[in-house]
Ligand binder design. Structure first.
Ligand code: SF4
Length: 398
């Protein structure tokens, strides 16, 4: 398989690619046309003054980009490693820097009920506001260095268009830590008719949600271990999941953003069915029965190499819990070929979108996204993109 820049893509790598994991999918070192173009453009000093912060006495600042609300003295940085106090002003050091960029199927985010079959340019910076012991992208998320290729928002959008993508995803690390950069890219992208997607832990603030309104179309909010408090304290380093629920309510009430939910089910330590039931009930009550939920299979990584992959039976039990809670569109992920990857009509139960991994193999909806068997309206935004037949895995910046 060869991409337009001549890279040889590894089919084996595609098979093991997990949601939304950044892994090199090449078998030779590419000479990146885009890289050489971009590096001509230099920023003088890295970064830009942030918007999401408050000034405090004694030259301290309070960052409002995420629910940690770091209180940062002059000369220090916040926990995420990319926002710091310079002379009493908060600076986003990774503004204009991208550490990773890949073209992915939208289904890999995972997003299954929004613009299906599209090609999405997925980007990230270094750093993260969470300290997940299982992080599959730890190489970039836990890197506390300001590194990456220099790009302007306009150049990111130009790349997205050059690769004939239908939109952008801000993913692999927590996008709200680089919110001001994402915002400027997203606003520029919208001018070109591109969509913007966040793959987010949802550990945000009302101020970040407010900025999302300018550009964001879709979000998949990733819970981990069913959001259970002892799990998130021990394996993520946050007090509890309350800010995530608060973010979802803010988004529901103040934005038109399409919302999907994921839950990484970690065997032995984050697979409690009672917690899963509570999470599903909350989603049903607050976001509605048509909110898609994806239970993702954990695989050993980073500090949790000693755990096994999530047993498929455990994922199936979680799926059953979601259905019992009344959620119409529950999926399991990272198990290519499993029947619970398909979209089933909530009216008659037939398969309306046949999926395998990130591929769509059958589309059984009419032109108004109604089930062809019973006429039930399926809550999917957009029709199947022609891009579904194109190569949708292309490394761009590595
Ligand atoms: S975005 Fe970073 S600096 Fe700001 S509150 Fe969160 S961890 Fe702290």
């Amino acid at each position: 398989m060869i991409d337009p820049n001549g890279f040889k893509l590894s089919v084996a790598s595609r098979i093991v690619t997990h949601m939304d994991m950044f892994i090199p999918i090449r078998t030779q070192t590419p000479t990146l046309e885009t890289k050489s173009e971009i590096t001509k453009v230099r920023t003088t000093t890295p970064g830009k003054e942030a918007i999401l912060y408050e000034k405090l006495p004694s030259d301290r600042v309070r960052c409002t980009a995420c629910a940690r609300y770091c209180n940062i003295p002059d000369g220090k940085i916040g926990l995420c490693g990319v926002r710091g106090n310079e002379g009493g002003k908060l600076k986003l050091f990774v503004y204009g820097k991208i550490i990773a960029g890949n073209i992915d199927p939208i289904e890999k985010k995972p997003v299954t009920h929004y613009m299906p079959g599209t090609k999405i340019f997925s980007i990230a910076t270094t750093g993260c506001n969470w300290l997940c012991h299982y992080c599959q992208n730890f190489d970039i998320s836990q890197r506390r260095k300001i590194e990456g290729i220099d790009v302007t928002p306009e150049e990111v959008v130009a790349m997205t268009k050059r690769y004939r993508c239908q939109g952008l995803a801000y993913t692999y690390n927590q996008p709200t830590i680089f919110m001001e950069f994402a915002h400027d890219i997203g606003v520029e992208a919208r001018k070109s008719g591109l969509i913007n997607i966040f793959v987010s832990n949802g550990y945000d603030t009302p101020q970040t949600v407010d900025l999302m309104r300018d550009f964001l179309d879709c979000i998949t909010v990733d819970f981990k271990g069913n959001s259970e408090t002892s799990f998130v304290r021990k394996y993520i380093g946050i007090a509890n999941s309350d800010p995530i629920f608060q973010t979802l309510l803010e988004m529901r009430d103040k934005t038109d953003v399409h919302i999907e939910i994921t839950d990484l089910v970690v065997p032995e330590i984050g697979d409690d069915l009672v917690s899963a039931k509570k999470l599903c009930a909350w989603i049903y009550d607050n976001l509605g029965p048509d909110t898609p939920i994806h239970f993702l299979r954990f695989h050993p990584d980073y500090k949790l190499m000693h755990l096994p992959s999530t047993p498929i039976k455990t994922l199936e039990k979680h799926h059953a819990v979601a259905k019992q809670a009344g959620l119409n569109y529950a999926y399991i992920g990272n198990v290519p070929g499993h029947p619970l990857e398909h979209t089933y009509c909530s009216g008659c139960g037939t398969i309306v979108v046949d999926r395998s991994g990130f591929d769509i193999n059958g589309w059984h909806l009419d032109d108004q996204n109604r089930c062809k068997s019973c006429g039930n309206a399926i809550p999917i935004v957009g029709h199947l993109s022609d891009a579904v037949n194109e190569e949708r895995f292309i490394p761009v910046i590595m």
